[in-house]
Design a protein around this ligand. Structure first.
Ligand code: NCD
Ligand code: ZN
Length: 343
């Protein structure tokens, strides 16, 4: 196959930061995707409709004239996000709230300390039809880092879904076979995003030839058997698994650091990486549904009208990109890729 044209895809999980960093990264996503769910984990977090709308305007100011890229905005759920904010958010076109267990990942210290504290707000979300996006990892230091997703499902997700059976929930950046099985077995109110890097790599990638901080993200890469389960989930045609890059830029010097930040920058190679993963699985014909249909259908939004073409063409990913005053190192920097998004 020389080229592949699909309905324009969407990125259902993306970090674009703010300020100069945002100006550096937004064009990469806008070049590939029709829409993106923008994560609210700024400092301070996006906790009100007004903040989200102002953030949306700043993002749109980074998009080239003529691009139809649409940021879909989310609110950061805290222990005291007022339930009254939800109707306001809905009226303003905000589509979801993001649950970060406090301390689970980058900029999550304002996150939820006890899910029961958010129940009135979750009730309002269920009523208004806002989705709940979850970073599904427990923060209990007693729990092994590699088990935190599976334990989250048992301790928190099962009770949450029992108490809010009609709240649409997305398990963001799914990383385990337990997670994939749980989502598959669930009803139409539970979906999951899967990143390209979790489809392509297992945890060995972090430790090959020395510690490789650019492969460190949260949830952390898992064993090969989990990667295989994710490939099966993504390429199997199941409608409740969909694309979410979790592209999460950090200045290179903060990743190459004694306390390196979690997050992989993949926006510049996103569809190329997904194409690589689907091709390896012999499932390129299923890429379009995963990237362009399932997410929109789950969110209850129309599918995009435009298209995206990938061509089979070797190109070398830049090792570094400008990132405000710093540098950004894309995950695949220096690699030769076989697919390329056509301009
Ligand atoms: C994300 C970030 O840097 O904002 N990091 C990551 O490793 N994925 C936060 C997140 O999604 O967990
Ligand atoms: Zn993320």
């Amino acid at each position: 196959m020389k080229s592949l044209t699909i309905t324009r895809p969407d990125d259902w999980h993306l970090h674009v930061r703010d300020g100069d960093a945002m100006r550096a990264v937004v064009p990469h996503s806008a070049a590939q995707f029709g829409r993106a769910i923008v994560m609210p984990n700024l400092r301070p977090p996006i906790t009100t409709t007004a903040l989200a709308l102002a953030y949306k305007e700043r993002i749109l100011a980074c998009v080239a004239n003529g691009s139809s890229f649409e940021p879909l905005m989310t609110l950061y759920l805290t222990d005291n996000l007022p339930s009254e904010e939800i109707a306001r958010a809905k009226a303003a076109g905000i589509v979801a709230c993001k649950l970060y267990p406090a301390g689970a990942t980058t900029n999550s210290d304002a996150g939820v300390t006890d899910i029961r504290k958010t129940y009135r707000t979750l009730e309002a979300m269920q009523r208004e039809g806002l989705l709940l996006l979850v970073h599904g990892e427990v923060t209990d230091p007693e729990v092994d880092v590699f088990d935190r997703e599976a334990v989250f499902i048992d301790r928190h997700l099962r009770p949450l879904r029992r108490d809010f059976p009609e709240l649409k929930i997305v398990m963001e950046h799914l990383t385990t076979s337990e997670g994939a099985q749980y989502v598959r077995d669930a009803d139409r109110f539970l979906g999951a995003t899967i990143t390209a890097h979790h489809l392509l790599y297992n945890r060995n990638a972090i430790f090959t030839g020395g510690i490789r901080p650019h492969y460190y993200c949260l949830p952390v890469l898992k064993r090969e058997e989990h990667r295989q389960a994710l490939v099966e989930a993504a390429t199997g045609g199941h409608a409740r698994f969909f694309l979410g890059t979790d592209s999460a830029p950090h200045a290179a010097h903060l990743k190459e650091h004694a306390f390196g930040c979690a997050g992989c920058y993949t926006a510049i190679t996103a569809m190329e990486m997904y194409a690589e993963a689907f091709e390896r699985a012999g499932a390129l014909d299923r890429l379009e549904a995963f990237a362009s249909f399932h997410g929109a259908d789950f969110y209850g939004l129309p599918r995009n009208a435009g298209t995206l073409t990938l061509t089979r063409e070797e190109w070398t990913v830049p090792e570094t990109l400008p990132y405000g005053d710093a540098q950004l190192k894309p995950l695949r920097g220096g690699d030769v890729l076989n697919w390329r998004v056509a301009a």
